[in-house]
Design a protein around this ligand. Structure first.
Ligand SMILES: NC(=O)c1ccc[n+]([C@@H]2O[C@H](COP(=O)([O-])OP(=O)(O)OC[C@H]3O[C@@H](n4cnc5c(N)ncnc54)[C@H](O)[C@@H]3O)[C@@H](O)[C@H]2O)c1
Ligand SMILES: [Zn+2]
Length: 346
């Protein structure tokens, strides 16, 4: 065991505090990563505040990890000391079920092991990336291509793959009209990626405050959902809508914006249910679907795609002491577009 610095949530109601945690010895298939940057995902906030159910505290969040390999186990073949690597939302899965066999480890039938707050194989609770080091089995470590700096790469490990996977699965590309609801961490990556895939991209945001940014990120159109004309003007317009909003919204109203056979894919994960009117689905053979991160193979594909197209996240790098402020700012929609912790400040 090695003791390393971290920032942990002591309970659902207290601020995160500086602490130390233990990391396991590097096993034959393990990689030790010197974490350089860790993104702050809205899921970290949902989790530590208990939105998704009770947690075991203290809990170190963080599943957007970018760093450098500093040690490898004797049987490791995929990574070497000095490699630039990333870790996302999972650190293991059963590898045997039908979904793991397909490379969709995020849908492991036995439940993948989350990067934090999950019971690991040795019975300990996993602790995440707001930390200086982490030990991860090599199969769940991806390579960050040259050409993407580690700070702007970190958010790709969750935000980037969560938007890339459904854009690919539902065929975003030339001739497709794609709308992105919510322009936060996930939303801004969805805009960049959908644009790079060749789709016509529309942002549906609460207001027009971030319109200039949205157009710079690659959106072709930008509408405020607070404007009642938006839903009438855009009725029947989109092949695909990606909803990244962290709160419950009127899904039925957004379903009305889909073309025949269009799909609204929810990646936002509010604690509250999302109500759907049956007529909003059946009138237009529309689908309402969900998607969770992406598999390891697809995460590597996404990183390669982002490197090829020069796409990183738009970030604000913060020292560890600003983590609690950053949480409040995310909750107040005051982020452009991802906070990333410089772990040298832990
Ligand atoms: N499906 C997955 O695998 C997955 C992965 C990562 C995050 N998530 C979830 O996705 C959601 C977004 O995460 P994020 O890190 O991008 O958060 P974020 O806070 O950066 O972005 C959320 C955006 O939604 C906007 N928003 C909030 N309320 C709104 C409303 N009523 N109408 C329109 N827009 C509204 C905010 O202004 C913000 O721009 C969270 O619920 C998170 O837990 C899911
Ligand atoms: Zn996340």
């Amino acid at each position: 065991m090695t003791t390393v610095k971290a920032y942990a949530s002591p309970s659902a109601t207290e601020d995160l505090v500086a602490t130390t945690i233990e990391r396991r010895q590097v096993g034959p298939h393990d990689v030790l990563i010197d974490i350089k940057f860790a993104g702050i995902c809205h899921s970290d906030i949902h989790t530590v505040r208990g939105d998704w159910g009770p947690q075991q505290y203290p809990l170190v969040p963080g599943h957007e990890i970018a760093g450098i390999v500093t040690e490898v186990g004797s049987a490791v073949t995929k990574h070497a000391v000095g490699d630039r690597v990333g870790v996302g939302c999972m650190v293991n899965s059963c590898k045997e079920c039908v979904n793991c066999q397909k490379g969709e480890e995020q849908y492991c039938l036995k439940g993948n092991i989350g990067t934090y707050g999950a019971v690991d194989r040795d019975g300990t609770i996993t602790q995440g990336g707001y930390s200086t080091h982490v030990v991860v089995t090599e199969d769940f470590v991806v390579t960050i291509p040259e050409g993407i700096d580690l700070d702007v790469a970190a958010p790709l490990l969750c935000a980037g793959i969560t938007t890339y996977s459904p854009l690919r699965h539902w065929g975003a590309g030339p001739g497709k009209n794609v709308a992105v609801v919510g322009l936060g961490g996930l939303g801004h990556m969805a805009v960049k990626q959908a644009h790079a895939m060749g789709a016509e991209v529309t942002v549906l945001s609460q207001s027009l405050k971030k319109q200039e940014d949205g157009l710079k990120l690659g959106a072709d159109h930008y509408y405020a959902t607070s404007d009642e004309n938006t839903f009438a003007d855009l009725a029947g317009s989109f092949d695909l809508i990606i909803n990244t909003v962290s709160a419950s919204i009127d899904i039925s109203a957004y379903l009305g914006l889909l073309k025949l056979d269009g799909a609204l894919v929810n990646v936002g994960a509010p604690a509250e249910p999302l109500p759907v009117n049956a007529f909003a689905l059946i009138g237009g053979r529309r689908s309402f679907a969900g998607s969770m991160i992406g598999g390891i193979r697809e995460t590597q594909e996404m990183l390669n795609f982002c490197a090829e197209h020069g796409l990183g996240a738009e970030i604000e790098v913060i020292p560890a002491e600003k983590i609690n402020d950053a949480y409040e700012r995310v909750l107040a929609s005051d982020v452009r577009y991802r906070f990333v912790i410089d772990t040298a400040t832990l």
